[in-house]
Design a protein around this ligand. Structure first.
Ligand code: NDP
Length: 479
C-alpha cells in the first residue's frame, strides 16, 4: 500500500435485519400476495440475493385500493394537526433509524454509504418534517386554502433514490389528506418495506399507506385501476408517456417527473477549481443515476484544455468500489440492465467519433461497475450528447458566445435542470432567464431543499414536487 492509498473503512451491515421473504403491505399489515409469484432483489455490488419480494398483480392492486378507500374514511376525518402528528412521528423514527435505512439503501441499490448516510437520509427526514409542518396550515396559505385532496393516490417510484423518492411522494400526499398506494422499483424495494414497518409502529390508521411490490406490470395495474384519483410517477420518459396516454380519458390528477440531460455551463470567468468540483459532483454523484445530473458539460472554448486537464486529474482521484466502504465515491451500477445501457451508449459515443477518457481504477470482480468516463470532441448530434445515459458519463460540448451556450443547452428534448458557473451575477441572471429548465443552480449543483419546488419542462415532465407548489400536486380546486 502506498502512502496515498486509503485503508478500507467498511460500515457494518449487521444493523439491518433483512427478511428472507416479504409480503405486501395492505390494511396496515403485511400479507401474502394473491399472485403467489415473487422476484429476487440482489445487491448490485456483489450480485448476492438479499431477499425475495412479492410480485403484486391486479388483484393485489385492487385489494390495496379497497384498503385505501377504507383508510380514506378515517384519514379524512382527522384534522391537519392530527395528520401532522403521524408525519412528525415518522420523521423522528426515520432519524432514529437512519443508519439502518442508509445501510439497507446502499446494500440494495449500490450507492456509496457516505451518500445514503449524509444525503439521502437527512433529506428523507427533512421532507417528512417539512410536509408535517404544512398539514395544519393548508387553510392559512393563499394557494391551498379551500382546496381538497384527490383521495386515493397511486405513486410509482424509481430505483435511483428509493427512500428519498418515497418521501417526496408520500409526505406531501398524506399531509394534504390523501391516502397512498406505493409501487417501488423492483430492484430497490427494501427501504420501502422497512418504511411500511415504521407505519405499523407509529400506528398509522390501516389503509392510509399501502405498499405493493412488483415489476412494471404491477405499476401498470395501478395506473389502470379505475378508482385511483391521481398518479404521481418518477422514472423514464417512455413509461411517463405510456402513463399519460393510459390516463388521458380519465378525470385523474397526474404528475410526471421524468428524465433529463442537463447542461452544466462553465464560462471562462468562472472560478475554475470550484467549477471542476461542481461538475464532478454534478455527474458522478450517485453513479450518475440522477435525473437532474449535469451530464452535458457546456464549456467556453478558450478554457477547454485547461478545464479538461484539471477535470481528468480530479476524476482520477475518485474511488470506485464497495458501497459500504466510507471512502467510496462511486458505488455499483444499479442493475445489469442499466450497465448494459450505459455500455451501449458509451460504445456508440466512441463509434460516432468522441474522444473518451476513463479513469484507471480497478473494478471489483463481481457486481456491476462502470469507470468514471469523460467524452470530449463530441458533437451535439451524438447520442451521448442527446440521450439520458443515467451513468457516470460526462459529455463535453464547447461554445464561444453566451448566446451559443444557450442554444446548445436548450437543444434537448429535456428540461429538468441546469448549472451556471461564472463570477458575474448579471451573467447568471441573463443565462438563467434564457434556459429552459425547471431547476437552475448557479455556482453550485445538486443542492436540494424540501421547501424548493422540483420538476421539469418539455419531456422532463410536469407538476412540481417540494415546497408549496408540491402541495398543489396533491390538491384540487373545489369551489
Ligand atoms: P422505468 O421508468 O421503467 O421505472 C420507473 C418505475 O416505473 C419503476 O417502479 C418501474 O417498475 C415502473 N414501471 C415500469 N413500467 C411501468 C409501466 N408500464 N407502468 C407503470 N409503471 C411502470 O425506469 P427504468 O428502471 O427502466 O430505467 C430506464 C431509464 O429510465 C434509465 O436508464 C433512466 O434513463 C430513466 N430513469 C429516470 C429516472 C428519473 O429519476 N427521472 C429514474 C429511473 C430511471 P420496475 O422497476 O419494477 O420495472
Amino acid at each position: 500500500m502506498n502512502k496515498w492509498d486509503y485503508a478500507e473503512s467498511i460500515e457494518s451491515s449487521s444493523i439491518v435485519n433483512i427478511q428472507k421473504k416479504y409480503g405486501i403491505f395492505i390494511d396496515g399489515k403485511f400479507q401474502s400476495s394473491n399472485s403467489k409469484k415473487s422476484l429476487k432483489t440482489i445487491s448490485p455490488s456483489t450480485e448476492e440475493v438479499l431477499s425475495t419480494i412479492s410480485l403484486g398483480n391486479k388483484n393485489d392492486i385492487n385489494d390495496a385500493v379497497q384498503s385505501a378507500k377504507e383508510g380514506l374514511k378515517i384519514w379524512s376525518k382527522l384534522s391537519g394537526t392530527q395528520r401532522a402528528k403521524y408525519l412528525f412521528k415518522l420523521a423522528r423514527l426515520i432519524q432514529e433509524r437512519s443508519r439502518e435505512f442508509a445501510v439497507l439503501e446502499s446494500l440494495d441499490g449500490g450507492k456509496p454509504i457516505k451518500e445514503s448516510r449524509d444525503f439521502d437520509l437527512p433529506q428523507v427526514a427533512a421532507n417528512f418534517f417539512y410536509f408535517a409542518g404544512w398539514a395544519d396550515k393548508l387553510n392559512l396559505s393563499w394557494n391551498t386554502n379551500g382546496m381538497k385532496p384527490y383521495g386515493v393516490v397511486g405513486q410509482i417510484i424509481p430505483w435511483n433514490f428509493p427512500l428519498l423518492m418515497l418521501s417526496w411522494k408520500v409526505a406531501p400526499a398524506l399531509a394534504t389528506g390523501n391516502v397512498v398506494i406505493l409501487k417501488p422499483a423492483e430492484s430497490t424495494p427494501l427501504t420501502a418495506l422497512l418504511f411500511a414497518e415504521l407505519c405499523e409502529e407509529v400506528g398509522l390508521p390501516p389503509g392510509v399507506f399501502n405498499l405493493v411490490t412488483g415489476d412494471g406490470t404491477t405499476g401498470a395495474a395501478l395506473v389502470q385501476h379505475p378508482e385511483i384519483s391521481k398518479i404521481a410517477f418518477t422514472g423514464s420518459t417512455g413509461v411517463g408517456k405510456y402513463i399519460q396516454k393510459e390516463t388521458a380519458d380519465r378525470d385523474i390528477g397526474l404528475t410526471l417527473e421524468l428524465g433529463g440531460k442537463a447542461a452544466n455551463i462553465v464560462f471562462n470567468d468562472a472560478a475554475i477549481d470550484q467549477a471542476v468540483e461542481g461538475v464532478v459532483n454534478g455527474i458522478f454523484f450517485n453513479q450518475g443515476h440522477v435525473c437532474c445530473a449535469g451530464s452535458r458539460l457546456v464549456l467556453q472554448e478558450d478554457i477547454h484544455d485547461q478545464f479538461v486537464s484539471k477535470l481528468e486529474k480530479r476524476m482520477q482521484s475518485l474511488r470506485v468500489g464497495n458501497p459500504l466502504d466510507k471512502n467510496t465515491d462511486i458505488g455499483a451500477i444499479n442493475s445489469k440492465e442499466q450497465l448494459d445501457k450505459i455500455s451501449e451508449l458509451v460504445n456508440n459515443g466512441v463509434d460516432e467519433g468522441g474522444s473518451i477518457f476513463q479513469t484507471e481504477c480497478e473494478l471489483p470482480q463481481n457486481g456491476f461497475w462502470f469507470k468514471p468516463t469523460l467524452f470530449t470532441n463530441a458533437q451535439p448530434s451524438y447520442r451521448i450528447a442527446r440521450e439520458e445515459i443515467f451513468g457516470p458519463v460526462l459529455t463535453t460540448l464547447t461554445f464561444r458566445t453566451p448566446e451559443e451556450a444557450i442554444e446548445i443547452s436548450n437543444n434537448t428534448e429535456y428540461g429538468l435542470s441546469a448549472g451556471i458557473w461564472t463570477e458575474k451575477g448579471s451573467k447568471i441572471l441573463w443565462t438563467a432567464d434564457r434556459l429552459q429548465a425547471g431547476v437552475i443552480w448557479a455556482n453550485t449543483f445538486n443542492k436540494f431543499d424540501p421547501a424548493s419546488p422540483f420538476g421539469g419542462y418539455k419531456e422532463s415532465g410536469f407538476g412540481r414536487e417540494g415546497g408549496r407548489h408540491g402541495l398543489l400536486s396533491y390538491l384540487k380546486v373545489q369551489s
